[in-house]
Structures are given as structure tokens and as C-alpha cells.
Design a protein around this ligand. Structure first.
Ligand code: HEM
Ligand code: CU
Length: 549
């Protein structure tokens, strides 16, 4: 049983809040870049002061996909670990958390300066042979190593708890946090190798050329689990927090843990589904990794089932009748529920789009078009972002010993609706115009008035309108955060649900990390060793660096 803690240790709150507020600062800056991109592509804005479109796009991708997400996630995980492992962090975990924060912030600052000085206009995927300044790549190392420090802090705290609670099952929040960080560390090894052994020596001029296919392969070995690094914390909210917010129970503790183990196994050996159009990788290995990719459907459907089962169970327990009567029993006016629920809903079309992207033949149609951009603005920028916003509404007051007011619930619900409307236009237009062939990552152009490109323009205008509405949503969220910081004093719970009495107990095998990491390593070796040996032994001449901006 989890003790019901009234307040957090102030030192833990400070660590958590530092991460959360930094995340929202990044969201704000990234939002400014985003709306400008939309307006440029809609033909409504020419960038002032010599700012380049791709420079802006690099800033947007880095700030949103890498900084906003990572800071928020680490703050959220630390808060939950403190909450579920006895009420406060071990001093060493807290110190590692601060060390991680410091390193990541140093890295973010350097990277931002390099992007602003136009020395790193390589987009957030920093694909070779685009070549940024060495400082940009070194900054990335700081960000990654910083996040490892935070991961180690969580592991140490977990190990200590295990030692002092022999035979007990780890609280599910911490279990999930450990899975998330384990996956993150194993995944970031790929990008660390790419940056340390390929990009930094090359950008410093120690070597002339870079093996491009290898660098992209290492990137996507990391890049797909990156999306699961965003998603798993959102799932943690859906599995563990939401049932408590609605006043119900988790459908099954064991099912939730099993799905996390499956996400751990099937999110890494699958990076080739981002490289389906890449020459230099044989179709056999693309096929193997696509099969592994589709395995993720199983835990995804388990998750969907579990969530709706817990909604229905709760509704019926308070007297809901009929097939869908339980829907009416959900707390629609509670933003802690409403925002993440909208995120869940959007994950249905988002996931379906993902299956399209991962299918070789269909990928050929959508690859590198705005369809893809539309897709991940549903996944990360809606499902994940709205869930993180939903968490913020109780996390900040819980950290500060404050309390939300009904006005804040209303503001939050309006913010969520604004986001949904903006995304409907922006992502809807991106999906459609992508199918018509409009490329992503392209500044305004009509290709000398080519008929096709002119036909795309109305959709680009819709994109710009949606982007503007979304930017209003960003500003509203920032206002909400400021309001939360100065909310009236009071008590806010950190909602953690218990499993329903009818549910099976979780088997101990779920915490045999050696087993799961072992299986994962085998899967990674199966999926990657032959193709990577191919890429290395049949390497072409390699590419010198290009500065296209
Ligand atoms: C105000 C809200 C937002 C607006 C107006 C916006 C707008 C845009 C636009 C127009 C593009 C595509 C540009 C192109 O391909 O030429 C883009 C790309 C992107 N956005 Fe957003 N976005 C917003 C929020 C977010 C959020 C919250 C995230 C993630 C958490 C995000 C992540 C990305 C990423 C990763 C890219 C791809 C960058 C690249 O291709 O290198 N965006 N965004
Ligand atoms: Cu992927």
C-alpha cells in the first residue's frame, strides 16, 4: 500500500519544478518557431533579420522534440519515484538529478546559441552529411549524458528500495519509470556512438568523410525508441494516474507491467522502419524490423483495452446502465482527466497513421511528405503534449502545496479545446497535402508556379491558420502554468491508482531485469548485426561535410 502523503520534501519539489518549468520555457520558444514556420509555408510571412527557414525548423525540432519532452519526462518520473518510494528521494538520487539537470541545461544553452548563430542548421535529426559546428554535437553529448545521470538516480533509488523492502512488489509507477529509463539508456547508446565516433571527429576535421548510412542507422536505432521515451510517461499517466483521477481502480496491475515489458522489447530493434527508402540496407532486414515493429500493436491494444476497461468498471460501479452509460460517469469537467483523455482519443488516428508509415509500400507514398509531420503532431504534439499538460495541472500544485481552483479547470479545458481545434486544422491539412505530394522540411516555394504546387497552397494556408490557433494554445498553457504557480495554498494529491481487487498479482519475473535486457540484446543483435556489418564492410567512399545554409 502506498501511504498517502500530504506534501513533498521541498528539495524534491525544487528539482521537479526546475525540470517542468524549463520544459515549458522550451515549449514557448518552440511554439514561436512553429507558428512562424506555418506562416512562412502559408505564404503569409517573410522571415525578418536574416533568419533562415531551416534554422527556425532546427530550433523548433530541438526545443520541442528533444528539450520540452526530456525535461518534462525527467521531472515527472522523479516526482512519481519520490511519491511511491517512501515520500522522498535519496540524497544521491536528488544530487544525480541536479547533476543531470545541470549537464542538460548546459548542453541546451550551447546548442541554442549554435542554432541562433546559424552554425548548426542541420534540423533536429542532424543527418550527415549536413555538418554542424563541433560545439553543437558536443552540446548534444551533454544533453544525453545529463539524461543518463537522471536515469542512474532513478535506478539507485529503486535498488535501495528493493533492498529495504525484500519480497515486496515495486510500486507500479516506479516499475514503469525504471523501464522507461532502461529503454532510454540502451537506445541513446546508438546516438552516443554516432556523435562521439562519427560526427565529432568529422566536424573537428580529424577525418574527412563520414559513413552516411551508418550514421543514420545509429540515429534511428535511437530515433524510434525516442518516440517511446515520449509515449511511455504518457502511458504511465493513463494507466496509473487517470484511474485514480476518475475515482476508480486500475484494471490490472500485471497487464500494465506486461505491456511495459513488451514496449521495452519492441521499441528498439525496429529503427529501419524510418529507413525504408534508404538504399544500402537490404530489404530482408527491413522486413525483419518491420515485423518487429508491428509487434508493438499487441501492447498498444492491451493498453487501449485496459484503459477503457477501467473507465467502464468505474462507471458501472457507480451505477451506469446500458452499453455506454459509463461514459456519462466520467469527470468531463476535471481537466486532469479531460486533457489526457483527448490525448488518448487522438492516439487512435495517430496510431493508425503510424501503421501506414511503417508499411513499406505505403511509406513510399508518404515518405518525407507533410503527411509524416501531420502524423507526429498527433502523436507527440497532441497525445503526449496534452497528457503532459494534464499532468501539469496537479503536479505543480502538488509540488508547491497549492490547490487548483474551478477557474483553472475551466481554463485548462478551454486550452485543451483550442489545442484540438488548432491541431485539427494543422495536422488535418498536413496529412491531406502530404498525400498530394507536398514535401516536409521545405520553405515557401511554388516551384515556379507548377500546377501541383499551386494546388497545395490552400492546405498550407489551413496549416498556417491551425498553427496560429495552436500558438494561442501555447500561450494559454503558459498563462495556466503561471496561474498554477500562484494558486491558493492547499493540498493537492499526486494521484496513483490501486489495482482492482479482482486483478491477478504481478509475477516476480517482471522484475528480473537481467532476463528482459538479455532478451532485448538478443533481439537487437538479430535485427542489427548482419545489416550493420554489411554497412561497415561494404562502405562506400563516405561523404565530406556540406553546409547548405
Ligand atoms: C504551436 C504549436 C506548433 C506549431 C504551430 C507547429 C508547427 C510545425 C510546422 C509547420 C512544422 C513543419 C515544417 C516543415 O516540415 O517544413 C513542424 C515540424 C515539427 N514539429 Fe511542430 N508545431 C507545433 C508544436 C509542436 C510540438 C508540441 C512538438 C513536439 C512536442 C512539435 C514537434 C515538431 C517536430 C519534431 C517537427 C519536425 C522538424 C523537422 O522536420 O526537422 N511541434 N511543426
Ligand atoms: Cu518509429
Amino acid at each position: 500500500m502506498i501511504q498517502n502523503l500530504k506534501s513533498f520534501d521541498r528539495r524534491d519539489s525544487a528539482l521537479v519544478l526546475a525540470h517542468i518549468l524549463f520544459a515549458f520555457f522550451a515549449l514557448f520558444l518552440g511554439g514561436i518557431a512553429g507558428v512562424m514556420q506555418g506562416l512562412v509555408r502559408g505564404g503569409m510571412l517573410a522571415l525578418p533579420m536574416g533568419i533562415g527557414y531551416y534554422q527556425l525548423l532546427t530550433a523548433h525540432g530541438v526545443l520541442m522534440a528533444l528539450i520540452f519532452t526530456t525535461y518534462f519526462i525527467i521531472g515527472f518520473l522523479y516526482a512519481g519515484v519520490a511519491r511511491t518510494l517512501g515520500g522522498r528521494l535519496l540524497p544521491i538520487a536528488r544530487n544525480l538529478g541536479w547533476l543531470g539537470f545541470g549537464l542538460m541545461t548546459l548542453g541546451t544553452a550551447i546548442a541554442t546559441v549554435e542554432i541562433l548563430l546559424n552554425r548548426a542548421t542541420v534540423l533536429y535529426t542532424f543527418y550527415a552529411p549536413l555538418k554542424a559546428s563541433p560545439a553543437f554535437y558536443i552540446a548534444l553529448v551533454f544533453v544525453v549524458v545529463g539524461s543518463w545521470m537522471s536515469g542512474f538516480g532513478i535506478f539507485i533509488n529503486y535498488r535501495y528500495w528493493k533492498k529495504t523492502h525484500r519480497g515486496e512488489t515495486t510500486p507500479i509507477f516506479t516499475f514503469m519509470a525504471v523501464v522507461t529509463m532502461l529503454m532510454w539508456i540502451i537506445a541513446t547508446l546508438g546516438v552516443a556512438i554516432e556523435v562521439l565516433f562519427q560526427l565529432i571527429p568529422w566536424s573537428l576535421g580529424w577525418v574527412d568523410t563520414v559513413n552516411v548510412v551508418l550514421s543514420r542507422t545509429l540515429f534511428w536505432y535511437f530515433g524510434h525508441p525516442l518516440v517511446y521515451f515520449w509515449l511511455l510517461p504518457a502511458y504511465m499517466c493513463w494507466y496509473v494516474v487517470i484511474p485514480k483521477v476518475i475515482g476508480g481502480k486500475m484494471f490490472s496491475d500485471a497487464l500494465a507491467r506486461l505491456s511495459f515489458i513488451m514496449f521495452l522489447l519492441f521499441s528498439i530493434p525496429v529503427g529501419f522502419h524510418h529507413q525504408l527508402m534508404e538504399p544500402g540496407i537490404s530489404n530482408v532486414w527491413k522486413f525483419v524490423q518491420v515485423v518487429l515493429t508491428f509487434m508493438v500493436v499487441i501492447p498498444s491494444l492491451m493498453t487501449a483495452f485496459s484503459l477503457f476497461a477501467s473507465f467502464e468498471m468505474h462507471g458501472r460501479s457507480v451505477g451506469a446502465k446500458g452499453l455506454f452509460g459509463w461514459l456519462k460517469k466520467l469527470p468531463w469537467k476535471d481537466v486532469r482527466f479531460f486533457a489526457p483523455f483527448m490525448g488518448m482519443l487522438i492516439f487512435i488516428p495517430a496510431g493508425a497513421g503510424g501503421l501506414i508509415n511503417a508499411s513499406h509500400e505505403l511509406n513510399a507514398i508518404v515518405h518525407n511528405t507533410l503527411w509524416v509531420t501531420g502524423h507526429f503532431h498527433l502523436t507527440v504534439a497532441t497525445s503526449v503534449a496534452l497528457t503532459f499538460f494534464g499532468i501539469t495541472y496537479w503536479l505543480i500544485p502538488a509540488m508547491l502545496g497549492r490547490e487548483m481552483t474551478p477557474l483553472m479547470h475551466r481554463m485548462g479545458i478551454i486550452q485543451t479545446i483550442v489545442w484540438m481545434v488548432g491541431m485539427f486544422f494543422m495536422s488535418g491539412a498536413m496529412h491531406t497535402v502530404g498525400l498530394l505530394g507536398s514535401p516536409r522540411r521545405t520553405a515557401f516555394t511554388t516551384y515556379q508556379d507548377s500546377a501541383d504546387a499551386v494546388g497545395w497552397m490552400p492546405y498550407h494556408v489551413a496549416m498556417a491558420i491551425g498553427g496560429t490557433i495552436l500558438f494561442i494554445g501555447v500561450v494559454m498553457m503558459i498563462i495556466n502554468v503561471v496561474m498554477l504557480l500562484s494558486a491558493p495554498k492547499g493540498e493537492t494529491e499526486f494521484p496513483i491508482a490501486e489495482a482492482s481487487e479482482a486483478a491477478e498479482k504481478s509475477p516476480a519475473i517482471f522484475e528480473r531485469w537481467g532476463v528482459w535486457v538479455g532478451v532485448l540484446v538478443v533481439l537487437i543483435l538479430v535485427a542489427y548485426s548482419v545489416p550493420v556489418m554489411d554497412i561497415i564492410s561494404n562502405a562506400s567512399v563516405g561523404s565530406k561535410g556540406f553546409k547548405t545554409w
